[in-house]
Structures are given as C-alpha cells and as structure tokens.
Ligand binder design. Structure first.
Ligand code: FAD
Ligand code: MLT
Ligand code: ZN
Length: 506
C-alpha cells in the first residue's frame, strides 16, 4: 500500500561615449545623465560606479550577472525608481539621449534577458512593491510591478485567495518580471497562462509616455488588446509598472503524491488515467527523470521515497490535487492510488502520499529544487522546449547520445543530460550540466537541440523566453513573416532601440 511518511571627481563628461560594438546608435550613461537622475531620485535609489562618488563594483555585481552566472553585463548604473512618474522621467531622458535601458525585476530569468549586453542603464523595479488594491469579491488584485511573487501569495492568503502563478523562484521574482516573461510555472495546468489572468497593465513606453491600461474588467472587447503585446515581450516594448490580475479562490483542500514509475513509457498512460479519475481536482502533473531526481537528493532538496523503494524507477511524477471538499478529494485520490497499485500491470512502482502540510511542502520542495540542484552540480545549458509528450524522454536520450558521439560525455565536459518539466503543458526542461560554459559544448548543442525541436514541430521556448540566449534561433519557432511583424512592432514602439537592446529579436 502507499507509503506515508514525513518525508574621485573628474571633469564632467558631456560628450556621450558611443558603443564600440553592437549598438552604435546607443550612448553610455555619463555624469551629465547622473546629474539629472539625482534631481529626480534620492541618493539611495542610485547605484553607480561613475564619479564623483563611485560605489564599489561589487554593488553592481548582482545586477550585472544573471541567476546562473552565465550572462554578464557591464552596466555602470542602476536606478531604483519608486513611482511610475519617476520611471517615466528616466525613460524619457534616456530616449532623448539614446541611452540603452534594461528593465530588471528579480533577475531570476534563465535566458539572459534581465542583464545588460553591454553597459545599458539598469532600471530595477525593486522599490515599486506596493499592493494598490484588492477586491475580495471579484478577486482582482492591482499591484506595483516590483511586488515579489511570494509576498503577493502571502498577501492573498488571509483573504482566501491564491495567486494564479507559482514557480520555484517565487521568493525573488517580481510580478512585472513574471508578466514580461509570461512565466508558466507549476499552476498553469489549473489556472492557465498570464495571457488569460492578467486583466490590465500600466506600462511606461520607450518615449516615457505612460500607457494606462490598468483596468479591472473581466470583459472588454474595445478593439486591439494592447496589453497582450507586453505579456511575454521580455521588456523590449516598455517597462511594466503596474499589473491588474484575476486571482483564484483558495482551494479548500490540497493534496500531493510523488509516484515512482518503472519506465518513461508509463508517464502518458498515467497522465491519461490521472486526468480521467481526478478530473476537476487535478492541479499539477510534473515529470522528473531519474537522473535529476538523484541530483535533487544529492544536493539536499529532500527525499520523498526510501532508496530501496525507488530502485529500478526510471522516473517520477508529482501529482497535485486542489478542490473544494477535503473528504471528496481524498476519496478520489485514494481510489486512484488503489487502482494504480492493484492493476494487473501497474503503471507505478510505489509512491508517497503527503498527509500533512509539512509533507506536502517537502514533496513540492523536491520538484521546485531541481533548478537549484542542477546549478549546484555544474553549469547548466537550459533548453526549455515544447515537444509532443511522447517525445520527452527521446529528446533527452538523443541529446545525451549526440554528446557522447561528439566525445563530450566525460569529465571536464558534460556531466549529465537530464529532463523534467510540466507534462500537463507539454513543456520539457532539457538540462545539459557541464563543468563550464564552453564554446565546444555550445557548438555541440546548437543548433542540434533546436533542429530536434523543429523536427517535432515544437517550440524553442515554452516559458522562459528568448532573452539574449536564443535570438539567433528564433526562426526555428517563428516564420519570416512573423519575425518581420515583430520587428515592425518593435520599431513602432521603440524607434531608437533603447529598451532592452539585443534581446528577443535577431
Ligand atoms: P527578471 O529575471 O528580472 O527579468 C526577466 C525579463 O523580463 C527580462 O527580459 C527583463 O528585462 C524583463 N522584465 C523584468 N521586469 C520587467 C518589468 N517590470 N517591465 C518590463 N520588463 C521587465 N519560469 C517559468 O516560466 N516557469 C517556471 O517554473 C520557472 N521556474 C524558475 C525557477 C527558478 C529557481 C528560477 C531561477 C527561474 C525560474 N523561471 C521560471 C524563470 C523566470 O522567467 C521566472 O523566474 C520569472 O518570471 C522572472 O521574473 P523576474 O522578476 O526575476 O524577472
Ligand atoms: C522549472 O520548471 O523548474 C523552471 O522552469 C526552471 C527550470 O527550468 O529549471
Ligand atoms: Zn518550468
């Protein structure tokens, strides 16, 4: 039966310095610009290595380097505006002066979109972190873009509402960053994408104009739905300063179970069966392959099942239910588990059903800890792809064999090729863990992985975005006409090309 357990001052530089390489049209921040920024922001909202009072480089480091420490910018200045008006004033100045800007939220992005390519000005939304309003009848929340996802969940809890988005980076990522990446995460199966739940946005456009579309209407068919353009545009069309979003009533009962499967081929029949039996209470179905499960255990992300019980298990699935009636939900889940265990040819070896909030959290900690485990093990090349569910394991295996045939599955090169992801959304996270980020490994992976995705008519980015990592590969998922229209839209909003240059578009 089911195992249940707890598991110095220098002359003012007025002539703007031109970019040496990529963005000849853009200028660097100068002391003249800082004089202006100091007029509109308090000293605490400006971090700069420029004279006359330079901050140490180390203060800029967290803003210039991404979460994986893979992408590195050389920005001299970070501004932390507190109001939409301040953002607007800064952006207008930068547009007039042709200064590149990188909007930055929690800097948890995984495609290098949140750090400068060169020395663009970083605008951090961290000081814009107030909830503007919450309606406990409609569940509509209006918040500043810099609100941290976890703090919004905490805010909603006493009102018996939940945020319709959850992801492992919730302690650092911001709602503005989530919207700008159209983050998917762990609850998409239940609550759908941000394209559906975001009701309105306030955006500072590249010329400094404030586009106020912060409506709280469920229905509004009045022409072009401009806000959709900013959802997932990764800060290339404007800076999101406010978000209106439909939150969901908190489920009265939540349960989860970690299942060990003898072979990958069982995942899809299991998904079908789980959907059939749990129907409306199914809220997550997450896939974890054996290798990445072992990395999670190795790096201390918890242990759901004993080593003996997981022997021979090729992969794991985490199932979550969320419903309105505890007794009814538990009955459904128990009868699913019984039928799975008692089947003539069981799809699963064993499993752990959480019986307390602590166990529930620890099962999720394994899944949510995979990203960190992989990063602790080495340098991850992260491919976040949509492929047909049947191909999940094949993609991982083919990639590993390809690297082997290139002589790269060895010490000093690639350590692991692993897969995990959101089965319910057809989204596989293919992670290649190397000893270092090297041109040799990268050349073996690209365009190999993108060609593979194209062969399966998949997407080169299911949820993390394009950033700087995949601009050259955009054509694998968007045809020439689409890319042409994307460029026209960018040109229309940002003719000077100041907002997040070098990102998304080739
Ligand atoms: P940042 O990283 O700061 O920025 C991301 C992009 O958005 C950049 O292009 C930036 O310029 C832009 N941006 C940020 N704020 C704004 C703004 N206010 N206006 C305009 N542009 C802006 N992603 C998923 O989809 N699903 C997951 O399950 C998931 N899990 C993760 C788990 C971990 C441990 C980590 C480290 C990352 C994960 N991510 C996931 C990736 C990441 O996309 C999300 O963490 C998040 O949406 C990024 O938000 P952020 O505030 O950190 O944005
Ligand atoms: C996840 O699903 O864990 C995230 O998208 C982050 C990752 O791919 O590692
Ligand atoms: Zn994910």
């Amino acid at each position: 039966m089911f195992l249940v357990r707890s598991v110095s001052r220098t002359p003012v530089l007025r002539a703007p310095r031109r970019w040496a390489h990529s963005f000849p049209q853009l200028n660097s921040v100068t002391e003249h610009d800082l004089d202006y920024f100091r007029k509109i922001l308090p000293p605490s909202a400006i971090i700069t290595t420029l004279p006359p009072n330079p901050s140490p480089e180390s203060e800029l480091e967290p803003f210039n380097n991404d979460w994986m420490n893979k992408y590195h910018g050389k920005s001299t200045t970070v501004l932390k505006p507190r109001t939409t008006k301040e953002v607007s004033d800064i952006v207008k100045w930068c547009n007039d002066r042709h200064i590149g800007i990188v909007p930055q939220g929690g800097n948890t992005g995984l495609v290098g979109g949140s750090v400068p390519v060169k020395d663009e000005l970083i605008i951090s939304l961290a000081n814009m972190s107030k909830v503007r309003s919450f309606d406990d009848v409609s569940g509509i929340l209006v918040a500043d873009a810099g609100c941290i996802l976890q703090s919004l969940s905490d805010y909603l809890a006493p009102h018996n509402y939940v945020f319709p988005l959850d992801l492992g980076a919730k302690g650092s990522c911001q709602i503005g960053g989530n919207v700008s990446t159209n983050a998917g995460g762990l609850r998409l199966l239940r609550y759908g994408s941000l394209h559906g739940t975001v009701l309105g946005l306030e955006v500072v456009l590249p010329d400094g104009t404030v586009l106020d579309q912060l409506t709280s209407l469920r229905k509004d068919n009045t022409g072009y739905d401009l806000k959709q353009l900013f959802i997932g545009s990764e800060g290339t069309l404007g800076i999101v300063t406010g978000v209106s979003i439909l939150t969901a009533p908190a489920p009265q009962a939540t349960n989860n179970v970690m299942l060990a499967l003898p072979k990958f081929e069982n995942v899809l029949p299991l998904f079908k069966e789980v959907k059939r039996q749990l129907s409306e209470i199914l809220s997550a179905f997450e896939f974890i392959d054996r290798r990445v499960y072992d990395l999670a255990i190795k790096h201390g992300q918890g242990r759901a099942l004993d080593a003996e019980e997981t022997e021979g298990a090729e992969c794991f699935v985490l199932v979550e239910t969320s419903g309105g009636n505890r007794e009814h939900d538990e009955q459904k889940l128990n009868s699913l588990l019984e039928s799975l265990m008692e089947a003539d040819e069981p799809l699963i070896n064993t499993g752990v059903l959480a019986t307390s909030p602590a166990q529930f959290a620890s099962l999720w900690a394994i899944r949510e800890g995979l990203t960190e485990a992989v990063s602790k093990e080495g340098k991850p090349y992260k491919y976040d792809i949509s492929v047909p569910l049947q191909k999940f394991q094949e993609v991982v295996d083919i990639t590993r064999e390809h690297l082997r045939s290139e002589g790269l599955m060895r010490e000093g090169a690639v350590r692991h090729v692993v897969g995990y992801g959101h089965v319910g959304d057809g989204n596989l996270h293919l992670n290649v863990v190397a000893d270092a980020y090297t041109p040799e490994v990268e050349a073996a992976l690209e365009p190999f992985v993108y060609e593979l995705v194209a062969k399966y008519n998949g997407s080169i980015s299911a949820e993390h975005g394009i950033g700087v990592m995949k601009t050259h590969a955009l054509h694998y998922s968007k045809n020439a006409v689409s890319i042409d229209w994307m460029k026209k839209i960018k040109q229309l909003f940002d003719p000077n090309g100041i907002i997040n240059p070098g990102k998304v578009l080739p």
